[in-house]
Design a protein around this ligand. Structure first.
Ligand SMILES: CC(C)(COP(=O)(O)OP(=O)(O)OC[C@H]1O[C@@H](n2cnc3c(N)ncnc32)[C@H](O)[C@@H]1OP(=O)(O)O)[C@@H](O)C(=O)NCCC(=O)NCCS
Length: 167
């Protein structure tokens, strides 16, 4: 199985993956990856907590990743002060629709359940059919539409919030 836990030594390859997917301009709100030093600092904070952070590797190349951070990491707890997971994921264009996203999601949710948190949330663009299909397959449900946005490629879209409740 090409899925394994993220290591700090993956940081350059992970940054390249985020840069590549951001540069496509049609799935993420940003056109560039976050600065690598910010990513490294976040990762160093997250790794000792054993958070759900996995990568997909094909022939030694990092081609996909999934990360779930507690909302409290970004000071985004809900109105009741309850913490929850915020999920992000990406697979390199040439490796999509081969089941890697599903395998990454399985690994992340298994780990998330072990941590005992009750829910995971994410924001996805309404135009992103493959991502929405994947999230629905794992029982994520639509919660609300978020304010419309303009993507780096200039197209207008609307993100929606989706949520998975873990029993
Ligand atoms: C979302 C993403 C991570 C999924 O990774 P993946 O490896 O392609 O995922 P999988 O192959 O496991 O599943 C993709 C699903 O989309 C389906 N799909 C493909 N094209 C589709 C389309 N145009 N409309 C709807 N569903 C589509 C596939 O059939 C598959 O579903 P199935 O397994 O039920 O048949 C990947 O598409 C990606 O990186 N996209 C760009 C970044 C992104 O959108 N990240 C998420 C931001 S919220």
């Amino acid at each position: 199985m090409p899925i394994r836990k993220l290591r700090i030594s993956d940081i350059e390859a992970l940054h390249r993956l985020l840069a590549e997917v951001s540069a496509e301009g049609e799935f993420l709100l940003r056109a560039e990856a976050p600065p690598i030093e910010r990513m490294r600092a976040l990762l160093l904070r997250a790794l000792p907590l054993d958070l759900p952070q996995f990568i997909a590797e094909v022939e030694g190349e990092l081609v996909g990743s999934i990360e779930v951070f507690p909302a409290s990491f970004c000071r985004m707890e809900d109105a009741l002060g309850e913490d929850f997971g915020l999920l992000g994921m990406q697979v390199k264009k040439a490796h999509r629709c081969r089941g890697l996203g599903g395998q990454l999601m399985e690994a992340a949710l298994d780990q998330f359940r072990r941590l005992g948190m009750g829910r995971v949330e994410l924001a996805v663009l309404k135009s992103n059919g493959p991502a929405i299909r994947l999230y629905e397959r794992f029982a994520f449900r639509w919660v609300e539409d978020l304010p419309p946005c303009t993507l780096p490629n200039g197209r207008a879209d609307t993100p929606q919030k989706m949520r998975l409740l873990l029993g």
